[in-house]
Ligand binder design. Structure first.
Ligand code: ARG
Length: 271
């Protein structure tokens, strides 16, 4: 090979080394955890209208965002060695805040659906449940089967799985989509809607707090594998590994269960 050609070969080899080095420097899958550590805080997006998962309660004289999901978020922040910052918003903005980079994680009793999995990564599931209808106590006997709900006026939270389930499985019902869960429950108490569809533990929590409300005995069919999980921006495998590790431990040693029990007690001072 001529000397000129050798130079060419060496130059192109050098160029590819530089290219690879640059690529790994911008590879987000390597840097999510580092970026959080550098910031010194983990920003978690949530919608605090969903006791026992996340809600507002008066603690030490202050209105704070509490709940089992928030304790879990704190455990993740502790594992990362950073402070936890809770960013409250309506549920229909929670997932988008990951895309815009406003939050590092979304933890809001989020069901890991196939549709959402196309856009976001999810941790291993941390809670499995079904969806339920909250109704007025006086109507308990009225709503015993799906046909009784077929043409009812049903409220659900905007952008949620319970909302989609009503659309798909009760196409003739009148659906009232509201951004805030508390508002939907108020509408129920005021007689403006007949039922509110939501995650069962949340329905039980609202029924526990309001003697005029109960959970109906009829349920829509839930798709398999839609348990609650933490949503993470795609391609942040290092962050997902930390989240999964924390969740596995909280599940294995029963800590998540104790978080739920603590949250149930806090609903007494729910705001
Ligand atoms: N599990 C349902 C979903 O993922 C509802 C979640 C609503 N969460 C809330 N914090 N309001 O669509």
């Amino acid at each position: 090979m001529k000397f000129k050609n050798w130079i060419l070969v060496v130059c192109s080899m050098l160029a590819s080394v530089v290219l690879v080095a640059c690529q790994s420097g911008t590879d987000s899958s390597q840097s999510a955890v580092d970026a959080i550590k550098q910031k010194g805080k983990l920003v978690v997006a949530t919608s605090p209208d969903y006791a026992p998962f996340e809600f507002q309660a008066l603690v030490d004289g202050k209105n704070q965002v509490v709940g089992a999901d928030i304790d879990m978020a704190q455990a993740i922040a502790d594992e990362l060695g950073v402070k936890l910052e809770i960013s409250s918003m309506s549920f229909d903005n929670v997932l988008t805040s990951l895309q815009t980079g406003k939050a590092d994680l979304a933890i809001a009793g989020i069901s890991a659906t196939d549709e959402r999995k196309e856009v976001f990564d999810f941790s291993i599931p941390y809670y499995e449940n079904k969806m339920s209808f909250l109704v007025r106590k006086a109507d308990l006997d009225k709503y015993k089967d799906l046909s009784s709900l077929a043409s009812a006026n049903i409220a659900a939270q905007k952008g949620t799985v319970p909302e989609t389930m009503v659309k798909e499985q009760l196409p003739n019902a009148q659906l009232t989509s509201l951004t805030n869960m508390g508002e939907a429950v108020n509408e129920l108490q005021a007689g403006k809607v007949d039922a509110v569809h939501m995650d069962e533990p949340v329905a039980l929590s609202y029924a526990g707090k309001n003697s005029d409300l109960v959970v109906a005995s009829v349920n829509l069919t839930m798709k398999d594998g839609e348990a609650n999980a933490v949503a993470i921006k795609k391609n942040q495998s290092d962050l997902k590994a930390v989240v999964d590790k924390v969740i596995q431990k909280l599940k294995d040693d029963g800590t998540y269960q104790t978080y739920l029990e603590k949250a149930a007690k806090l609903t007494e001072v729910e705001q």
